[in-house]
Design a protein around this ligand. Structure first.
Ligand SMILES: Nc1ncnc2c1ncn2[C@@H]1O[C@H](COP(=O)(O)OP(=O)(O)OP(=O)(O)O)[C@@H](O)[C@H]1O
Length: 652
């Protein structure tokens, strides 16, 4: 199974501490993204959930500092005294210095102190000249009045110089302290900033509202209410936007502008807020954009934005089941145990994880790369392994209901995750909602279903196989065909409404009629007027959503049987699509279908030859791969007894 022999994962080497070495099965994508970041290209990562998109970006973030020189910078916001609603944001190279904390020298129109002194001196000289011309008896009164005038004049000038100018140029409520620039952000090493696409404020920044009595307090100047966006914090680094499906169109336009102009202003996002009247200058934001999402999410992106993304990387969801890749799954198990502080796993447990990786990939020769799902299964298996401790915990209550943690504690006992724990999680389906719904459906419904494999052949009855739910479980469906003489010939499909199923039934009907009318089947010929036949096909007791073409071969056989009135064996189930020439084509979910046939007690299951490589478990049931409809006929009709019946008919 693996290239190393071991009994438990404790014997295996520790995982690498570097996240980039922990990424499994996505080597090509990792190489491309590293080269893209080095060359400052924009990237979008697409793929199934849990294949490692975020992990890869995080890993790139860890080694981001190795991608050439970086100039540290800081971002400050200053008031714009000409227009307070247009604050100024500056990106300044270097480290933030404390002296910024001092109140700035503002360009206020305050009177020049020299002018004031000259005015004072002039006033004193004038008063001297004036005093000399006054008769002596009025001199005392005149001196007193003049001194008072000079004093009041001087006081007004001093007051004006302190407060007057600032009052003239701004709101009455602002003090010089309010005009101090503020530090918005300091960036000392190349940043990787993550933001969800739906979080507009986080992405683009905002201006805080200034409500009465709220925070920030009323009168806070606009430059102190600026919130920088992730788009700005990512300047000279990487902006990582995930969940692209949720990205509003308006945000896409802003990102587009930022990519083009390499700067973007911030304005208040809430139109009902006082922040909406504020807008900064365009703030530098020169970043590499990395976005991620599931495959379909890309259709939510506007073409001009998508055009500006250089690399569109689709992550793999499966890898080949080779020795090298099984070793990678082993590495993954060790990583998950270490990173999540789980109990060690036995060798058998690791083999079971590989088997589940095959099941999730839908094929024996593939291993899933939806590793979050696999990680969740491992974590839950660990919980089950720990379950004994929980039982003990519950056992720690004495008869009176008092809890005594020491009652049954056994510190020396070592817990291992075993194959049984892994299997328990997988079979119970607790890792998947769809699987549990399907399991419940089958569990509740199976006893009402008349599916009993037997040795009594029946006309027009065959057992087909289906998979219920996405990534769900297999089920057996009884397909019944009845032919009526009718003046309205046609084929009617009952219980199934899926489009693909409808098309496949049309094909099965056409093919069976053709084969019967041509008489080329190794079955007794019969003259049938197909223009007077009405064909009814029932997927008995199928109430859940079943679609797809995997029942084509089954339906075709049932129609042939009904048209020729020749019974079909009832000891087998069959799955397979057909082409118009009667070739059997591959289907999906072959392992789930084989499992279902086994559970219902069938001894034989017919599958397309092309799906043979996908079969993981063949114990307990005979698996018969077929290439053509001709190969199926002798397997499902008792040709020997048909021949004998025909011979005896002729001899009579
Ligand atoms: N290629 C991988 N190599 C190793 N571990 C992986 C890989 N892919 C997923 N994992 C495991 O699954 C976890 C989740 O992966 P991650 O969040 O990167 O997936 P994703 O593709 O971003 O999923 P989503 O589309 O749901 O956001 C990781 O933390 C890691 O434990």
């Amino acid at each position: 199974m693996f290239s190393i022999k071991f009994k438990t994962t404790e014997e295996l080497p520790e995982p690498s501490p570097r996240l980039i070495d922990q990424v499994i099965g996505q080597d090509e994508a990792v190489k491309i993204i590293l080269s893209a970041v080095k060359n400052k290209r924009n990237v979008i990562l697409l793929g199934d959930p849990g294949v490692g998109k975020s992990m890869i970006v995080k890993a790139v973030g860890e080694i981001l500092q190795d991608f050439g020189d970086f100039t540290p910078y800081y971002v400050i916001a200053k008031p714009n005294l000409k227009n307070m609603e247009r604050p100024i944001v500056e990106v300044i190279d270097g480290e933030y210095k404390e002296d910024l904390k001092e109140i700035p020298k503002l360009d206020l129109k305050s009177p020049n102190p020299l002018t004031l002194i000259l005015i004072m001196v002039g006033a004193i000289i004038l008063s001297q000249y004036f005093l000399r011309s006054i008769p002596e008896k009025y001199l005392l009164a005149s001196v007193t009045i003049t001194a008072l005038i000079v004093l009041v004049f001087g006081f007004i000038i001093i007051l004006t110089s302190i407060m007057g100018a600032s009052r003239a140029s701004m709101s009455n409520s602002l003090s010089p302290m309010d005009l101090k620039p503020v530090l918005l952000y300091e960036c000392k090493k190349r940043p990787l900033v993550r933001a969800s696409a739906y979080n507009v404020t986080r992405l683009l920044g905002d201006i805080k509202h200034c409500p009465l009595g709220g925070r920030p307090p009323l009168g806070t100047p606009p430059h102190k209410r600026i919130i920088l966006g992730a788009i700005h914090e990512a300047h000279r680094g990487i902006l990582y936007v995930d969940e692209i499906k949720t990205m509003p169109l308006e945000v896409q336009d802003y990102i587009l502008t930022a990519l083009q102009d390499k700067c973007l202003p911030i304005s208040g996002r809430n139109p009902n807020s006082s922040g909406a009247t504020v807008e900064t200058n365009p703030i530098p934001c020169d970043f590499i954009l990395i976005m991620s999402g599931n495959m379909d999410d890309v259709y939510n992106l506007r073409a001009p934005l998508l055009d500006r993304i250089d690399y569109k990387i689709v992550l793999k969801n499966k890898m080949d089941n080779t020795l090298e890749n099984r070793d990678k799954i082993l590495q993954f198990i060790v990583q998950e145990i270490k990173n999540n502080n789980l109990n060690p796993m036995t060798y058998d447990g690791c083999c079971e994880v590989v088997k589940i990786a095959q099941y999730l990939a839908g094929s024996k020769d593939k291993l899933t790369l939806r590793l979050r799902l696999l990680a969740n299964i491992i974590k839950m298996a660990n919980d089950i392994a720990m379950g004994k401790e929980i039982e003990e915990l519950l056992g720690n209550f004495d008869e009176k209901g008092n809890y005594n943690p020491e009652t049954k504690k056994d510190d020396n006992k070592k817990v291992y995750i075993t194959a049984e724990h892994i299997r328990k999680v997988f079979e119970s389906g607790i890792y998947s909602m769809e699987k549990q719904v399907a399991l419940n459906y089958i569990k509740n419904f199976k006893r009402y279903k008349h599916i009993v494999p037997n040795d009594t052949p029946k006309v027009g009855v065959v057992y087909g196989l289906a998979v219920i739910g996405v990534g769900g479980i297999g089920d057996v469906t009884k397909i019944i065909v009845q032919i009526l003489d009718s003046k309205n010939p046609g084929t009617h499909l009952l219980n199934i409404s899926g489009d693909i199923a409808k098309h496949s039934i049309t094909l099965a009907s056409a093919l069976s009629k053709k084969l019967v009318s041509e008489g080329k089947l190794p079955l007794p010929k019969k003259d049938i007027d197909l223009n007077n036949k009405e064909i009814y096909i029932q997927f008995s007791q199928s109430y859940s959503k079943i679609d797809g073409d995997s029942a084509t071969a089954a339906v075709c056989l049932a129609i042939i049987s009904a048209l020729l009135n020749i019974p079909l064996k009832q000891d087998f189930a069959i799955t397979g699509s057909l082409d118009l020439n009667g070739n059997v084509l591959a289907i999906g979910g072959v392992n789930e279908k084989i499992e279902a046939a086994k559970k219902y007690g069938f001894k034989r299951v017919i599958i397309p030859e092309a799906n043979k490589i996908d079969v993981i478990e063949s114990e307990g049931i005979e698996i018969i791969p077929v290439k053509t409809l001709d190969e199926i006929i002798p397997l499902v009709f008792d040709l020997e007894s048909i021949k004998n019946t025909e011979t005896s008919k002729i001899s009579k």
